[in-house]
Design a protein around this ligand. Structure first.
Ligand code: ATP
Ligand code: MG
Length: 338
């Protein structure tokens, strides 16, 4: 009986720029939907915490570890030396190894395609983004692309598990193993090994350049895509562009030990911060991925429908979607739909 059961605690980082405004929107929608979640709010500090070597406090990281789930607004890393970027700190400290981005057409919001429904799963810890670059001699630099069996198996396992538990039928591994024979070759080998454990899921391998062409010609060809870091960075933005851009696209980071830290794909949007103009949809849909992770599927469905119906109805839309509603009016419309 939900009204007497103990609420689930989740960490909330409102973040910077438009972060606090869109985080407010999430809090309002969650309370209108009576989601049994109690937010533990944490702010980015204004001094460097020596324990994290960044402006993120140790307590805030402990909060995510303890709760296992969290929602993060956009964070702008302060400029200066002697500290780690906020996103890097989160990724390293919480071991966020996979970035999951659902990407689907919003009914009633017209883009080039109206049948997009795919999930990109990006390996988030190695590949070209291992941070290993150096100068060999003057005029010659080198960057190391690291692919490990451990990280590849881990993200492949996550992708197949995700497909199986979310009623998906196919996993496509995206690669360039014809050229990057050792690195992407190992990534594919790991995907194949995991695929064998999931005979009910169709497995295919698609070369990255061909994948790009197929995505822009007919995105409905894809279901779940899993790929190394750099390809994932590029392909997930390409997919966001297919369905209407930054204000709409959610994501969720998966960490070691089952941590889920959901976040919008967009940045802190300083140009519109504090003006009640931001579109909260991306953060709201990210919060929905968090609910699904917690298996609060009824609440997730209810909130997602209220958002989609509000957008489809077209009466209340923020400026980025061509409307003239404020963040708070749009949020109120979603609450009314609930
Ligand atoms: P950051 O350095 O934090 O990434 P940025 O200047 O790159 O910030 P983004 O947040 O990446 O800005 O946004 C790029 C553009 O998209 C900006 O013009 C911004 O106003 C717009 N934008 C981003 N998110 C939203 C949103 N949720 N609602 C409306 N517009 C948005
Ligand atoms: Mg940006």
């Amino acid at each position: 009986f939900s009204s007497v059961s103990t609420p689930i605690r989740a960490t909330l980082f409102p973040g910077d720029g438009i972060g606090p405004e869109i985080a407010d929107s999430v809090k309002q929608v969650f309370s209108a939907a009576e989601v049994p979640i109690e937010w533990e709010e944490h702010y980015v500090g204004d001094t460097i915490d020596p324990r994290t070597q960044s402006f993120l406090t140790w307590e805030s990281l402990e909060s995510v570890r303890r709760n296992g789930v969290g929602l993060k607004g956009p964070m702008a890393t302060p400029i200066g030396k002697g500290h780690r970027s906020l996103n890097l700190t989160l990724r390293k400290e919480l071991n966020l190894y996979a970035n999951v981005r659902p990407c689907y057409s919003l009914p009633g919001y017209k883009t080039r395609y109206d049948n997009v429904d795919l999930i990109t799963i990006r390996e988030n810890t190695e590949g070209e983004y291992s941070g290993l670059e150096h100068q060999v001699v003057r005029g010659v630099v080198e960057s190391l692309k690291i692919i490990t069996r451990q990280a590849s198996l881990r993200v492949a396992e996550y992708a197949f598990h995700y497909a199986k538990t979310h009623g998906r039928e196919r996993v496509s591994a995206i690669h360039k193993a014809n050229i990057m024979q050792k690195t992407d070759g190992l990534f594919l080998k790991c995907c194949r090994e995991v695929a064998e454990k999931y005979p009910e899921i169709t497995y295919e391998e698609v070369v990255i350049d061909n994948c790009c062409m197929m995505l822009v010609k007919n995105p409905a060809l894809f279901d779940v895509l899993v790929m190394p870091n750099l390809y994932g960075d590029i392909i997930s933005d390409l997919c966001a562009g297919l369905v209407g851009g930054l204000g709409l696209t959610p994501s969720c980071n998966i960490g070691e030990g089952g941590i889920a830290l959901a976040e919008a794909v967009h940045g802190s949007a300083p140009d519109i911060a504090g003006k009640n103009l931001a579109n909260p949809t991306a953060l709201l849909l990210s919060a929905v991925t968090m609910l699904r992770h917690l298996e609060l599927n009824d609440k997730a469905e209810q909130i997602q429908n209220a958002i989609l119906n509000t957008v489809a109805e077209g009466k209340y839309r923020t400026a980025d979607l061509g409307g003239s509603s404020s963040t708070s009016d749009f949020t109120k419309a979603i609450c009314d739909h609930l």
